[in-house]
Design a binder for this molecule. Structure first.
Ligand code: GLY
Length: 385
């Protein structure tokens, strides 16, 4: 008999839930994942797949940096293991990331970010405009300078989700799609399972990993209610000639990022909107994306539009993830990844599965428990939220 909880139920089949489920199934647990829709079709589907801990480091996010760098370091081995387990090439691609300024004002802003990142010892290099255009020849002429983050890469997030699903199932995990969870089964102060309609699914531990929907679980006690909300992002992709792509590294420019895929898609994102679950692409959103992309790479105007979509980032009150124990025995949480869900997938899987298997949180995850919101987020009492 195992010493750790052997029967685990997970709410949410995104890259977080499936990654946690995969690790637990590998360890011999009996794992069941429930999703209200199809696996991997929420924020995991909408993302761009950037793995950019260095280039995206911002002042005020120093604590988060420990987590993002630790996860970024895990990525090469995680990708190899997942590809072997699933038989799917997940498009992990070591392209590097270029952050370009397109005018003198932006150059000053970029220099400030660069100095902040350099002083933290991050892997960033200052490039002149000519050096930037050597890397990306289709950048607008006259680009005054850029930062090169040689260790910031990308993965195809949609293939990642598919591979995690396949690896999870191959390890013996059970997946129920189109199956909303209708409540928690609580005995005393302990979560002892899930309610699925009229049915009861008993479990030793439950993990809530439902992205921005994590707040909406019916009957979730206030003590465990994560301060997480949807932050809407509109995105689109263009179709390049895969043999002669206009962009070859992940490219950031003011208000925009462009992510080239090996199959010729060029992912362009993203708006950042406080509109709840508004599912619409808007004229203004598409205009803003294309205008900013065109200012960086004018030749995109010739490319056909491939697809447009909307996603909902699960964003916490401080933009950092919420990991681990909830104050309600038997219930753990993994949400609030905001812009970093794909980058943080390996460490999310590791941190939550390890906490379940050993009872000990991972040191890197300790600053990110729900506890940090406690004084302002939820009263320390049992009440339904
Ligand atoms: N990680 C990219 C975004 O949130 O738009």
């Amino acid at each position: 008999m195992t010493a750790y909880p052997s029967s685990i139920a997970i709410i949410g089949a995104g890259v977080s839930g499936l990654g946690i489920g995969w690790r637990l199934a590998q360890a011999g647990c009996k794992v069941t994942v429930y999703d209200r829709g199809n696996a991997g079709r929420g924020a995991s589907w909408a993302a761009a797949g950037m793995l950019a801990a260095n280039a995206e480091a911002e002042p005020g996010e120093e604590a988060l940096l420990g987590l993002t760098l630790a996860s970024q370091k895990m990525w090469p081995a995680f990708a190899r293991e997942l590809e072997a387990a699933s038989g799917i090439d997940i498009g992990y691609w070591e392209t590097g990331t270029l952050v370009a300024a397109t005018n003198r004002d932006e150059l000053e802003h970029l220099r400030f970010s660069y100095e902040f990142q350099r002083d933290l010892g991050l892997a960033v290099e200052w490039l002149s405009g000519a050096e930037a255009r050597q890397r990306e020849p289709y950048l607008r002429a006259g680009v005054p300078g850029a930062v090169w983050a040689a260790q910031d890469h990308q993965v195809d997030n949609r293939l990642l989700a598919e591979a995690l699903k396949r690896a999870y199932l191959a390890a013996g995990g059970v997946l129920h799609e189109d199956t909303p969870v209708s409540g928690l089964d609580i005995t005393g102060c302990r979560v002892t399972g899930l309610q699925i309609g009229e049915a009861l699914h008993k479990a030793d531990a439950v993990v809530l990993a439902a992205g921005s929907w994590s707040r909406d679980l019916p009957g979730l006690p206030a003590i465990a209610l994560p301060p997480v909300r949807p932050v809407k992002g509109q995105m689109l992709s263009l179709r390049m000639d895969a043999k002669a792509p206009l962009v070859t590294s992940v490219l950031w420019a003011p208000k925009i990022y462009l992510v080239p895929r090996a199959d010729g898609r060029l992912i362009i994102g993203a708006t950042v909107e406080e509109k709840g679950y508004d599912p619409h692409m808007t004229a203004g959103g598409v205009y803003a994306l294309l205008d900013a992309a065109w200012r960086a790479v004018p030749a995109i105007e010739e490319l056909p539009i491939d697809e447009m979509w909307v996603g909902f980032r699960p964003t916490s009150r401080d933009d950092a993830p919420i990991f681990g124990a909830t104050g309600l025995d038997g219930l753990l949480i993994a949400t609030g990844h905001h812009r970093n869900g794909i980058l943080l997938a390996p460490i999310t899987a590791e941190a939550i599965s390890r906490e379940i298997l050993t009872g000990q949180p991972m040191p890197e995850a300790l600053p990110f428990t729900l506890e940090r919101f406690r004084d302002v987020a939820a009263p320390l009492r049992m009440a339904t939220g």
